[in-house]
Ligand binder design. Structure first.
Ligand code: PHE
Ligand code: CO
Length: 294
């Protein structure tokens, strides 16, 4: 299958979706899969210092909130001292789960993204946010992509789920199911919570790289819902891109994600075409809030 998307086509689509705003990455020096060199030597000392601050703030929030798999893998990765060298972690990751890290200029076309995942390559943005974006950034940067996503790729079952998601994405493009499938990524890979014997914990990268949401998402009595993941229900649910999530889907295990996405989604996409989408704050009659106010 031809998985190349021309840079002109991609940048035109981005401009169309964002009213002409351009992406901030450098899309001049990349290969057909949007892969670039990390050029680690070009990061400034100020950027390494900003990384250290981001790392310190986030890692201090993790005990008792992030899942053990994340905390343990993060510690082993040993990336507190500055922006990491992708190649080093990539080798360690390959030895653990057969995944590699590839450097990209920033957001990339859906087809290219799915193709990377389907081949067990995780695309990581090379640039770091500016100091004034310490708390909030619009496009994903190297801190979100690397700190947020890479640790869980050391978990074999989650790593298999991510590959399957890439395969599912390529298929959803043919079936017209992209909006639905994107919601599953959002509510699992980016904003997922997991039930553990010690309590509900975070595994989603969007939360784990966020200054405020790590605490917020586990707080009882907010307006946000915490409900157990039902995949069809998730595929119907709209999400917020400019505020904390109004629904968090909670899984019991990574195996549940892997097994739940094994079936053919063709009939699900068809069925959902005739059903209404659900707003981000929906709680259905048979659903139970897992973190009720005490
Ligand atoms: N099994 C799904 C299909 O046949 C694809 C999929 C994989 C969807 C992983 C989500 C996650 O369409
Ligand atoms: Co992300």
């Amino acid at each position: 299958m031809d998985t190349s998307v021309s840079n002109e086509d991609f940048l035109a689509t981005v401009a169309e979706k964002s009213n002409g705003a351009a992406l901030r990455g450098d899309y001049e020096h990349m290969d057909a899969h949007y892969v670039v060199q990390q050029n680690w030597d070009n990061y400034t000392e100020q950027e390494h210092e900003l990384w250290r601050k981001l790392y310190q703030r986030q890692s201090a929030l993790l005990p008792g909130r992030a899942c053990d798999e994340f905390i343990e893998a993060l510690a082993k990765m040993d990336i507190s001292a500055g922006i990491p060298v992708f190649e080093k972690t990539s080798k360690e990751l390959f030895a653990a789960t057969g995944w590699t890290i590839v450097a990209v200029p920033g957001l990339i076309p859906e087809l290219t993204f799915f193709d990377h995942l389907a081949n067990r390559r995780f695309p990581v943005t090379v640039w770091l946010r500016k100091p004034e974006e310490f708390n909030y950034i619009v496009e994903p940067d190297v801190f979100h992509d690397f700190f947020g996503h890479v640790p869980l790729l050391f978990n074999p079952v989650f790593a298999d789920y991510m590959q399957r998601y890439g395969q599912g994405g390529l298929k959803a493009m043919r079936l017209g199911g992209l909006d639905e499938l994107a919601r599953l990524y959002w509510y699992t890979v980016e904003f997922g919570l997991i039930n553990t014997p010690a309590g509900v914990r975070i595994y989603g990268a969007g939360i784990l790289s966020s200054g405020g949401e790590v605490e917020y998402c586990l707080t009882r009595g907010t307006k946000s819902r915490h409900i157990r993941l039902d995949i069809e229900r998730c595929l119907r649910t709209l999400y917020k891109i400019d505020s904390y999530q109004e629904t968090y889907f909670v899984i019991d295990s990574y195996q549940q994600l892997f097994d739940g996405t094994a079936p053919d989604f063709t009939p699900i996409y068809q069925k959902l075409k005739s059903m209404d989408v659900l707003t981000a704050n929906t709680l259905l009659a048979d659903e139970i809030e897992l973190l009720p106010a005490l």
